[in-house]
Write a protein that binds this ligand. Structure first.
Ligand SMILES: Cc1cc2nc3c(=O)[nH]c(=O)nc-3n(C[C@H](O)[C@H](O)[C@H](O)COP(=O)(O)OP(=O)(O)OC[C@H]3O[C@@H](n4cnc5c(N)ncnc54)[C@H](O)[C@@H]3O)c2cc1C
Length: 424
């Protein structure tokens, strides 16, 4: 792996991927395995991303398994979870049991993103053709006659690397700079009207084995096991209410949370010591009006952003990578990276992303709003269907995989998949 130690330098590569999140790293690995040279630019120098979600659906597990990295990522530390539950007081409103799905991916996995990303990066680093520019942000795109021909990435504003690439892939997340530089709108929509307060507490011997959403008045609190022996807690609040909620300081928050999570009140009391233990995250959904330009593609959150509901974002990001991989390999092999070719990726994935947004809208209404009698009726009906009927088994499979499981094109894992790519 070549590391960056340049001032003004030019790098020639086949594909520049911006962003080493799940989407960018998975795509990088697939392309490297197909003999494509990839330069990966990532603004951070460490995978410190405690604020990111980590629940991985079976569809994403399948992609990682086919890439041969699931086991290694899991060995770095993870928790197996049997399913999702929505509870209110002592009542279980909804119980989605993943053990109904076919093995071996008949579970949810709480896999910290640093473990997933470190495993993917280590695997990329063992392959030829890989250049990793960590600590580098994309600052400009280069163009020739309307076609994207690369980007300028900078480190602390002092080092500048001009990356000449056949294709630039924007995998730089929900606030994507690549998308902005390409003049593409984020396409933000109002699916959620919530913020999430996010934190973890030590909980040795207190694993719950599930993702649980505890409904409590206007709020909902998500709880699941996380490595190592901790509980991750996500408290959803109406947008803009954080200042009011924190007006009484940590004592008021402990009181409200303990009322919603009586079984964990002792942990909250012992381990929440100040507002600094909490991170506040803005939750929103978006879908960019286009994901492709000549020589440029957006994927993962950069193309379509989803909230944490139903744990879909990482799943979609990994599946996006698996679908984009053959499209890019074919485009590079043909020497034609115009939008007309790349758009096949967008056509395949946009309906999937839209379906997830629709599903999250229903979930947000059914399980997070106070909503009065109509919402209560909808909740009870949906819960009964999903929990007990064969339709529920199909819905579980849809949440786990999308319409159909996405397979990695391992048949393209050969250095000759793109003739001449390495030699260029
Ligand atoms: C509170 C919350 C909880 C969530 N929980 C879950 C969950 O449990 N399960 C789930 O599946 N999804 C969850 N999600 C969504 C999930 O985190 C994202 O969908 C997923 O991480 C998207 O992956 P990505 O690779 O597209 O983008 P990201 O993971 O955002 O990665 C983008 C990368 O690009 C880098 N980058 C950004 N800007 C630049 C730049 N200018 N130059 C270079 N690099 C740059 C970033 O540092 C980052 O490494 C959650 C989201 C939120 C907000």
């Amino acid at each position: 792996m070549a590391r960056s130690e340049w001032r003004d330098t030019t790098v020639h590569t086949d594909v520049l991927v911006v962003g080493a999140g799940p989407a960018g790293l998975a795509l990088t690995l697939m392309l490297l395995r197909s003999g494509v040279r990839v330069t990966l630019a990532e603004r951070s120098t460490a995978f410190r991303r405690d604020f990111h979600g980590e629940i991985l659906q079976p569809g994403g597990q399948l992609v990682l398994d086919q890439l041969g990295v699931l086991e290694g990522a899991e060995r770095r530390g993870a928790h197996t979870l049997e399913g999702f539950q929505v509870v209110q007081g002592h009542r279980t409103l909804l119980d989605i049991d993943y053990r109904r799905l076919p093995a071996p991916h008949d579970r949810l996995l709480a896999l910290p993103q640093p473990h997933l990303l470190a495993e993917l990066l280590a695997t990329c680093a063992r392959l030829p053709g890989f250049t990793y520019l960590d600590g580098h942000r994309v600052s400009a795109l280069t163009e020739d006659d309307g076609r994207c021909t690369g980007a300028v990435v900078t480190r602390l504003g002092t080092r500048r690397v001009r990356v000449r690439a056949s294709v630039v892939v924007g995998a730089d997340g929900r606030f994507s700079k690549t998308r902005k530089l390409a003049g593409i709108d984020a396409g933000r929509t109002d699916v959620f009207d919530q913020d999430v307060v996010w934190f973890t507490v030590p909980a040795p011997g207190r694993a719950t084995g599930r993702v649980r959403i505890h409904r409590a008045g206007a709020a909902a609190v998500l709880v699941h096991d996380t490595h190592p022996d901790r509980l991750r807690i996500g408290w959803t609040l109406p947008h803009g209410s954080y200042n009011r909620v924190t007006a009484e300081g940590i004592a008021g928050i402990k009181r409200d949370l303990a009322a919603a999570l009586p079984a964990h009140a002792d942990l909250l009391h012992e381990h929440l010591t100040g507002l600094g233990d909490l991170s506040l995250l803005d939750v929103f959904a978006a879908n960019a009006p286009t994901w492709t330009r000549d020589g440029l593609v957006l994927l993962g959150d950069a193309a379509h952003t989803h909230g944490p509901l139903g744990a879909q974002g990482i799943n979609l990001a990994l599946q996006d990578a698996a679908v984009l991989h053959p499209v890019l390999v074919a485009a590079l092999a043909a020497g034609d990276v115009r939008r007309a070719r790349l758009v096949a990726f967008e056509q395949a994935r946009r309906p999937v992303a839209e379906a997830v947004t629709r599903m999250q809208r229903v979930q947000a209404k059914a399980f997070f709003g106070t909503g009065g009698r109509a919402a209560a009726f909808l909740r009870a009906r949906a819960a009964a269907v999903v929990t007990r009927t064969p339709v529920g088994a199909r819905i579980t499979s849809r949440i786990a995989y999308g319409r159909t499981p996405v397979q990695v094109h391992t048949d393209l894992f050969t250095a000759g998949a793109v003739p001449g790519a390495r030699a260029a």
